[in-house]
Design a protein around this ligand. Sequence first.
Ligand SMILES: *Cc1c(COP(=O)(O)O)cnc(C)c1O
Length: 219
Amino acid sequence: MTTLSNLAEIRARIAAAEKSAGRPAGSVKLVAVTKTFGPEAVEPVIGAGQRIFGENRVQEAEGKYPALKEKHPGIELHLIGSLQSNKAEEAVALFDAIHSVDRPKIAGALAKEIQKQGRAPRLLIQVNTGAEPQKAGVLPEATDAFVAACRSEYGLNVTGLMCIPPAEENPAPHFALLEKIARRNGLTELSMGMSSDFESAISFGATYVRVGSAIFGVR
Ligand SMILES: *Cc1c(COP(=O)(O)O)cnc(C)c1O
């Protein structure tokens, strides 16, 4: 299978999952995750009409996307990996959305840069739904307070939540939990679902699915 036939298949599967969940066509946006792949792998996917791309490291994205964005002004770049506060300046300058806001220090650093640069990426909070010690994200029980602090203390316009369920578990309860926390906080964007589980995520309300290997192949 080539990248472009993979992309076509993922689009068809997203459309089918929207339909079987009773959701409007186009309500789920595909984030094509390009980490470890070079611009030569990304170009044909842009040519096929894909507009939203995801990277998990600021430094890797900085080596790849300024040129791609200049050449293709319509594309959007999303940061899906964790952010260090000393990279907030670069992240605000380069990314159109950040899915991994997860602690006060990052919220503060982003607020400062957004003010300074006059550029505001869309912001999602990462929730560690499985409470895994090695994983980034706010704990579920701390999320309401963190959302409130982002809004009132840092003046951030948070629009959604993101999660990465534990690898060895059924992801469905994690997707359901994320949706519940988002709803009670008035957040409309849900970034959940990857190559192996995006259809399940769509059935629980995902608005962004982040798909890498099912499009670009193994890393
Ligand atoms: C790499 C990555 C993905 C994509 O994973 P695949 O299994 O390759 O689809 C999604 N989300 C995050 C946070 C990632 O780092």
